[in-house]
Design a protein. Structure first.
Length: 473
């Protein structure tokens, strides 16, 4: 694959690439057949993109809640009617067929409530839930998920109020597995894990960046979740607002999972990413080391992860740099010992690195303030916040990328923004000039193994059909 300023991607949407055979270390890749037809992307991709970009979502969220409650009530009514038909058939002396129905989980619903309100005897409902708990925590069930219930003719003593006898319940767990609760011959319930038939498809996409990197990805049918991964990979080294120029472009190779109908059910791991800025290609490879730890590495075998993120806020505009400036409130020249990002009130703020909350609370002109002490003699500070993340307190441990607070305009502030500082010891330094060492550097046999993996990825990329590759100009 050729890199450079004169090679821009053609306008092609993402396509499945050859089959990938995963072995124990998760790195081995082999080429397959390019005959696989194009798969249809699910409509949730657009919903995911909108969700990431939305700020004011209250009314829409409320409408969705009302709609979800309506759906849940309708599902319950359908279940009651179906069970009533089952009971009438049985009362008439006819041998009723087994009934299968699907119930959508509403807000606040529990599996026990759904079963009992659907006519299942309380003892059976409790037994079914107890069996489920051996493989799945019922509290993890989410509104909008669907339970499949199968009923048969009851034995009188164990039947529900409508004569329906619960035979089986299918509970969704994730895109790979369900849990099935089945009644045995003795009348008790047992739980089994059900593997869903899904296919993993390595998928390639590339494009020039006309307006924004995020939009360029969505325009090529790259799932929003994959673009979020892409941003995270480069967030340690790239300032997306100021370093992306016309004719810059990106490439990404990622996994997607489709069901037997060819529908996308899960957006998986980014396997390879390339961001070309002003002719310089920044390549990143996913790699599972011999010790089982997975990470992303550049071509030198150095982890892309650094101790601190380049910026602790997404989608914000840099409005004031580190250095001397005319103070917007005091009116005289003063040293600005941090950088400012303008964003709407309530925009989430991330911890730039893992560490311990050293200070949290009002702090003079800083307004609502957080300072985090990191393990590398650095600290970071966040000022003018409108509020703090729930449960955050002095002494609390935070992880890199964790939401710690929200943009505001408290203290000496002319409008909503984040004032961000990096401190070395007790001295503020320019956050944009801090160079952090890689979290891990591969050496020796591990580096040789990694280079072999990179060769496999490059071989897979060379197999991309010409019409999907970068256009040669």
């Amino acid at each position: 694959m050729t890199n450079g300023p004169d090679h821009a991607p053609s306008a092609t949407a993402s396509r499945p690439v050859p089959d990938v055979n995963r072995i124990a270390d998760g790195n081995s890749i082999s080429d397959g057949n390019w005959g696989a037809k194009r798969r249809r992307q699910c409509s949730w991709l657009l919903a995911g993109a909108a969700a990431l970009g939305a700020v004011a979502f209250g009314l829409a969220h409320l409408g969705a809640d009302v709609e979800e409650l309506g759906r849940s009530a309708l599902d319950r009514k359908t279940l009651d009617i179906s069970l009533a038909h089952l009971a009438r058939d049985r009362a008439a002396g006819a041998e009723p067929d087994a009934l299968e129905t699907t119930v959508r989980v509403g807000h606040g619903d529990t599996i026990l409530d759904i079963l009992i309100s659907g006519g299942v005897a309380r003892a059976d409902a409790n037994a079914a839930v107890a069996a489920l708990k051996t493989l799945f925590d019922p509290k993890k069930l989410k509104a909008g998920q669907e339970l499949t219930l199968r009923f048969g003719p009851g034995n009188g003593a164990s039947g529900g109020k409508d004569g329906g006898w619960l035979r089986e319940m299918i509970v969704p767990v994730n895109y790979l597995h369900d849990v099935a609760i089945r009644r045995g011959h003795a009348g008790g319930f047992a739980a089994d894990q059900v593997v869903k038939p899904v296919e993993r498809q390595p998928t390639y996409a590339a494009s020039m960046i006309d307006s924004s990197l995020y939009q360029a990805g969505l325009d090529k049918d790259v799932p929003a979740a994959v673009m979020a991964q892409f941003f995270q990979l480069y967030s340690y080294d790239v300032d997306f607002q100021r370093e992306i120029q016309p004719r810059d472009h990106f490439e990404v190779l990622y996994d997607q999972y489709v069901n037997e109908a060819g529908e996308l059910v899960h957006a998986g791991q980014v396997r390879f990413a390339q961001l070309t800025l002003s002719g310089k290609a920044l390549r990143v490879f996913h790699y599972v080391a011999a010790d089982g730890k997975a990470d992303y590495f550049d071509e030198r075998g150095e982890s892309v992860r650094k101790a601190l993120l380049r910026t602790p806020i997404d989608g914000a505009r840099l409005t004031s740099r580190f250095g001397m400036r005319q103070h917007p409130i005091l009116g005289y020249s003063a040293m600005h010992r941090g950088i400012d990002f303008a964003a709407v009130t309530g925009t989430p703020i991330q911890a730039a690195g893992s560490g311990t909350v050293d200070m949290i609370g009002p702090n003079g002109g800083y307004g609502n303030y957080i300072r985090i002490r990191h393990t590398n003699a650095f600290s970071t500070a966040y000022a003018h916040l409108s509020g703090y993340a729930a449960g955050l307190r002095k002494g609390a441990r935070v992880s890199q990328g964790q939401i710690i607070g929200f943009v505001g305009t408290t203290g000496q502030s002319t409008g909503p923004h984040l004032h961000y500082e990096v401190l070395s010891g007790s001295n503020q330094i320019n956050p944009l000039s801090v160079k952090m060492a890689a979290a891990r550097k591969l050496e020796g046999r591990e580096l040789v193994r990694y280079r072999s993996h990179v060769t496999d990825i490059e071989r897979l990329l060379r197999a991309v059909p010409p019409e999907q590759r970068l256009a040669r100009r």
